[in-house]
Design a protein around this ligand. Structure first.
Ligand code: XMP
Length: 512
């Protein structure tokens, strides 16, 4: 969909995504490609520069990922980072060796007068993480930086505009890293900073119109979460009269969520929102089921049935939109191959094939924070775009044991006291995800002169960057005390609150 910018070849380093983040933060579009892709994949992007990223491999190791040969003959500026620098050396007549000291951590970088370090002071801290090293630069290259331990920490070939750095400019510990990337992108490669969400929104709307053609019509499963909300706002802005969002209320949402979705999309944006009232159906199918996987399966199946029924009643539909984001795409195209963790819940269960619909994934180039920014650009409220993630099966996986309407009501009340408290105290945005879990036990308590035998609720708040790993949020005990008494005072039937102090791994974020 987008052309120009930077092609970043991914050889499996943990830092590769970070390079992409940095480049985009500088206002330059970029995409990751599997490092061993074919050159025509690179050409498709029509890039203005190429970055060869890091890798856990050694360049001389059998089976190490190798880029297409054209990378070494292209006229485009090339920046090799770590393994990428070693590739440049290894493949164009230099030498790479293992067996020296592994170097991990900060190092002071001595730079020479050069094209690459023009404007960057010598003696600043760079972040190292490597085993192998370049011991001889290829013909045409000069050494432009070193450290006390590493004679060749950077090299350049100014005629070919090819550069190699052994350190990682993308990590914050390389204090001049952003300045170096900026210099490479703008001064050396001559790129322009034209990537922002205003620009993306214009391109994406045109893409949507082109994809739909004259008569296309698109539907979307709107959940009220950030991703589908932003897709909805984008589609509405591109093709308002040919877009129908479908919102399935499964009765397992947070308190007030349906109203919030209807107010935003139907009242405020005036979309043709179709709301499916699925509460009775979901709750009756879930009755008596306590196994979490079973609950997920039932919810997934009923969701598809109801969604499909609603979709079938809309005439002339040609496309189904989904809120797939770039990290999901990266996982599936990475040179490591599709990962088992790809989120299947993004995909509305084979529906596109069954209904003969084409998939439309207008956010598949964006990172989460870009999606939030786009949402704001399209007029969604800050509250909407900064919401915590919420699982598709909703409160069903936060009510341990069988789900009943009474327990759902109870948990909704508890959760809204908890979340409102976090918002009120300004803590909500510090937390990746916060929620309450209703435990299937009762414990003894006293209230006034009465002995009680009431429910236990666990509060969970975690910090994370992607949900793949998470740490428990160190909530101030004063806040814990305040929120605990607020819940017990306001929600009848709960007498004990516990706070979850498990991280992921070994725990998961959700309890089921
Ligand atoms: P876990 O519990 O696996 O959660 O650490 C990681 C993230 O995924 C969300 N989650 C789900 N989302 N359907 C979803 O749409 C699910 O079945 C599901 N299970 C967990 C969870 O809320 C967290 O953000």
């Amino acid at each position: 969909m987008i052309k120009g910018g930077v092609a970043i070849l991914d050889f499996g380093s943990q830092y590769t995504q970070l390079i992409a983040r940095r480049v985009r933060e500088l206002g330059v579009y970029c995409e990751l490609l599997p490092g061993n892709c074919e050159w025509k994949e690179v050409e498709k992007l029509a890039p203005g520069a190429i970055v060869l990223a890091g890798s856990p491999y050694s360049v001389y190791q059998q089976g190490s990922p190798m880029p297409p040969d054209d990378v070494f003959s292209t006229k485009l500026p090339v920046l090799g980072i770590c393994y990428g620098m070693q590739l440049l050396a290894h493949r164009t007549g230099g030498r790479v060796e293992g067996g020296h000291h592994r170097e991990y951590g900060p190092a002071s970088l001595n730079t020479r007068t050069s094209m690459l370090f023009d404007g960057i002071k010598t003696g600043q801290q760079a972040w190292m993480s490597h085993g192998d090293r370049v011991t001889q630069v290829p013909p045409g290259y000069t050494v432009v930086a070193s450290t006390d331990l590493l004679p060749v920490a950077a090299m350049e070939n100014t005629a070919l505009k090819r550069f190699g750095v052994q350190f990682h400019p993308e990590v914050n510990h390389t204090v001049f890293g952003t300045a170096l990337l900026r210099h490479f992108l703008f001064d050396i490669a001559g790129l322009r900073a034209n990537w922002d969400m205003k620009y993306f929104s214009t391109v994406a709307k045109q893409y949507i119109r082109d994809e739909l053609g004259e008569n296309g019509k698109v539907i979307l499963g709107l959940s009220g979460g950030v991703d589908s909300s932003v897709v909805a706002a984008l589609l509405h802005s591109a093709v308002a009269d040919r877009f129908v969002p479908i919102f399935v209320d499964n009765g397992l949402l947070r308190a007030g969520e349906r109203e919030e979705v209807e107010n935003t999309f139907k009242e405020h944006f005036r979309m043709d929102l179709v709301t499916v009232d699925g509460e009775d159906r979901f709750l009756s199918e879930l009755a008596g089921v306590s196994d979490p996987e079973q609950k997920r399966k039932i919810i997934g199946r009923v969701f598809i049935e109801l969604f499909e029924e609603a979709a079938n009643s809309i005439p002339g539909v040609t496309h189904l939109a989904q809120g797939t984001l770039y990290p999901d795409v990266i996982e599936s195209v990475s040179f490591r191959g599709p990962s088992a963790t790809i989120k299947s819940h993004h995909n509305v269960g084979g529906l596109p094939e069954r209904m003969n619909l084409k998939l439309l994934e207008p956010l598949r180039e964006l990172f989460k924070d870009e999606v939030r920014e786009l949402g704001t650009e399209l007029g969604l409220s800050r509250r909407m775009v900064s919401r915590h993630p919420f699982p598709g099966p909703g409160l069903a996986v936060r009510i341990l044991g069988p789900v009943t309407r009474e327990d759902r009501d109870l948990l909704q009340k508890v959760d809204s006291v908890f979340i409102d408290y976090l918002r009120e105290k300004g803590l909500y945005d510090e937390i990746w995800q916060a929620f309450s879990v209703l435990l299937p036990i009762r414990t003894v308590g006293v209230m006034g002169d009465e002995r009680t035998y009431d429910r236990v609720v666990a509060l969970r708040a975690v910090t994370s960057t992607d949900g793949m790993t998470a740490d428990w949020y160190r909530m101030d005990p004063a806040h814990m005390a305040a929120v605990s008494s607020r819940i017990v005072n306001r929600v009848k039937g709960v007498s004990r609150i516990v706070y979850d102090i498990s991280s992921k791994p070994p725990g998961t974020i959700e309890w089921e």
